[in-house]
Design a protein around this ligand. Structure first.
Ligand code: PRT
Ligand code: ZN
Length: 226
């Protein structure tokens, strides 16, 4: 992938919940692409706007490194990496530009069905399994609660049954996964959806004009939707 600076490069999820809607949204802005053989890079044909297809977790890093100019990613992923950057004393270089109206979910605290929920203080001294240690840590600190965070990259909802943790903090949409694991949501710590993420600093080259065009079109398409 060349480090071209006269084209705009947008990172989207390669395969997952956000890939199809992200691509459909950009296509409805009048963009179309020619795919590379490995299907990781899509060269913009109707406008100099290219796509990079990646794991969603890689998107904030690609933005921070300047490899991509924009990304379509869950707010949960963007904010988690922002929280981790802040904890490491690194400055924020990207931010949420526009909420996109799909991929809606909540980051919830969920406890075993048998618990009677009395509020955040009940979490004191407990072990909480999550893939979002940055967001959970920030929320716990805000509540003045001291709890153990068990960071897991997947299968968070079975951690209580395995004895790895007492409860969890995970993404929820329908709630079916929690119910199937005898857990219930008791507290929302963040509401999420797919967002357009981009640089804190404006572009100093032709990408500034391309970005304005893209944002205007996105704005128009999203307005028609609601
Ligand atoms: O491979 P890659 O790393 O790119 O994909 P991924 O597996 O990390 O991500 P993916 O495709 O699962 O999710 C991408 C984004 O979709 C997330 O970061 C969220 O912003 C958003 N999203 C919306 C969700 C959900 N809804 C959701 N329900 N992400 C995950 N879930 C999980 C939930 O935790 C549960 O395990 O889906 C399961 C079903 O949820 P229920 O509540 O309907 O049972
Ligand atoms: Zn992921």
């Amino acid at each position: 992938v060349p480090a071209a600076r006269d084209r705009l490069r947008i990172a989207i999820q390669k395969s997952g919940r956000l890939s199809d809607p992200a691509r459909a949204l950009l296509a409805s802005c009048g963009l179309s692409w020619r795919e590379s053989r490995d299907k990781l890079f899509c060269y913009g044909e109707t406008a100099p706007v290219d796509l990079l297809l990646v794991r969603d977790d890689d998107i904030p890093g690609l933005l921070a490194d300047g490899v991509c100019d924009y990304g379509i990613v869950g707010r949960n992923v963007l904010e988690e990496q922002a929280a981790e950057r802040a904890a490491a004393g690194k400055p924020q270089v990207s931010k949420e530009i526009l909420p996109l109206g799909f991929g809606g979910c909540r980051l919830d605290i969920a406890v075993p069905d048998a618990w009677e929920w009395e509020g955040p203080q009940q979490l004191q001294g407990k072990r909480i399994a999550t893939s979002y240690p940055g967001l959970l840590g920030k929320w716990l600190a805000g509540q003045g609660v001291d709890a153990g965070i068990v960071t897991l990259s997947g299968s968070v909802e079975i951690a209580p049954r395995l004895g790895q943790a007492d409860l969890i903090c995970d993404l929820v949409s329908s709630g079916a996964t929690l119910a199937a694991n005898q857990l219930k949501p008791v507290q929302t710590i963040m509401r999420s959806e797919a967002v357009l993420a981009g640089p804190v600093q404006p572009f100093a080259d032709i990408r500034g004009e391309l970005a304005q065009l893209l944002l205007r079109r996105l704005d128009g398409v999203l307005r028609l939707k609601d």
